[in-house]
Design a protein around this ligand. Structure first.
Ligand code: SAH
Ligand code: SF4
Length: 395
């Protein structure tokens, strides 16, 4: 069982797949923290006094060079490499399909242990490339505008499956460094956002460990300021995110009254707008980051009035913030419509005049259902019943 927060009983039945994989009993190294890797090496017979150095060497092969075969770890003795191959494996999710949108966005459907599927999206932009990764198969939450929310939670991803998404994207983009080549400063995967399937703060430990691997300066080496975690508002985990992960935070705000937010983001019934704002107020100081991104999905006639815009500005007063307006991305059977462009622009204007940056997020990859909130694995379309949704929201 994963250690789930006491305050979140709805996730208590989650199981995390053990690191030990069935075939041959070999242990997957991907996703281990440095400390875990060191322990694993000692467990396999590495003398303690060598363990730190071996950890560093293997770490570089895995995460700096992207090597997938122990035989290629040429600074290790041959019999040591053989020992590694006997005990360990370097296993990543499998890419089942890759779709490329007319705008260059790539969507990968990945298969993970147990035959489950998750999606990862790569969004190239002029001066950066953002990888949107998933943290769970499905989601326990039931935000009424989100496609993933209609899919039952199947399980938490392991740290290895989360790191693996970044590594697979680098594989596909041909981005691992070549020995001897000059250091390339323009990275294709320059930013990571935890905005794919799932609620990352209901899989806290695995997300934290995965981000530690992704941020490690001798490996994938993405700075904590290039990683953004998006949460629907799991209040008790927010301070911990600042302290233990330290990345940038985005919050799925989406409404300016509890009455509307209860309907859109039902976890609001547990932690309402006031409780959420309280937790957010402390985040910049605790994480030493500049500002929080407030995500706001624009739903026609639901949350997009001038009054909403004014209320929003009032609510977040005093919090260093940027407001990211997301035109609603439709999916088959969705119960909402996207606000008109004029409405979105009028809303943005009020926020801008109040002194906040208010970028409107351009929908990317819509033709391949890769845009925000459209992700949902095709093999697991089990829709939740009304009773299940009600029970979860009440939980
Ligand atoms: N579970 C996390 C992260 C995943 S969702 C969270 O809820 O924050 C990433 C962002 O996309 C969130 O702000 C989410 O509310 C938004 N989103 C979900 N469905 C959407 C849709 N159909 N159109 C536009 N944005 C959507
Ligand atoms: Fe889950 Fe986020 Fe979708 Fe809500 S918006 S159902 S928390 S993935």
């Amino acid at each position: 069982m994963t250690a789930q927060p006491q305050t979140a009983p709805i996730t208590q039945d989650l199981v995390t797949i053990p690191r030990k994989l069935p075939e041959g009993g070999r242990v997957n190294l991907i996703g281990m923290t440095r400390a875990q890797l060191r322990e694993a090496l000692i467990g396999a017979g590495t003398p303690e006094r060598q363990a730190k150095m071996r950890t560093g060497q293997i770490w570089q092969w895995l995460y700096h060079w992207g090597v997938r075969d122990f035989a290629q770890m040429t600074n290790l003795a041959k019999d040591y490499r053989a020992m590694l191959a006997e005990h360990f494996e370097i296993a990543l999710p499998e890419i089942v399909t890759k779709q490329v949108s007319a705008d260059g966005t790539r969507k990968y459907l990945l298969r993970i242990a147990g035959g489950h599927e998750v999606e990862t999206v790569y969004i190239p932009e002029e001066n950066r490339g953002t990888l949107c990764i998933s943290s769970q198969v499905g989601c326990t939450l039931t935000c009424s505008f989100c496609h993933t929310g209609t899919q039952k939670l199947v399980r938490n991803l392991t740290a290895g499956e989360i790191v693996g998404q970044v590594m697979l994207a680098r594989d596909d983009l041909g981005e691992w460094p070549q020995p001897g080549a000059p250091k390339d400063e323009t990275r294709l995967v320059s930013n990571v956002v935890l905005m794919g399937m799932g609620e990352p703060l209901y899989n806290f430990e695995n997300v934290r460990d995965a981000m530690a691997v992704v941020m490690d300066g001798e490996g994938l080496s993405l700075s904590r300021r290039r990683i953004t975690l998006s949460t629907s508002g799991i209040v008790p985990e927010i301070a911990r995110t600042a302290e233990e992960i330290g990345c940038l935070l985005a919050v799925s705000f989406h409404a300016t009254t509890d009455e509307v937010r209860d309907r859109l983001v039902p976890i609001n019934k547990k932690w309402n707008i006031a409780a959420l704002l309280d937790a957010l107020r402390d985040y910049p100081r605790l994480s030493n980051s500049e500002r929080i991104t407030f995500e706001y999905v624009m739903l026609d006639g639901v949350n997009d009035s001038d009054e909403d815009a004014r209320r929003l500005v009032k609510l977040i007063r005093g919090i260093p913030a940027k407001i990211n307006l997301i035109p609603f991305n439709e999916w088959p059977g969705a119960p909402y419509k996207r606000s008109s462009w004029e409405r979105i622009e009028a809303f943005a204007d009020i926020i801008y005049k109040a002194g906040y940056a208010s970028p409107i997020r351009t929908p990317r990859g819509e033709d391949i259902m890769a845009a925000c909130g459209q992700l949902k694995s095709a093999t697991e379309r089990g829709r939740k019943s009304r009773a299940e949704i009600a029970a979860e929201v009440a939980g």
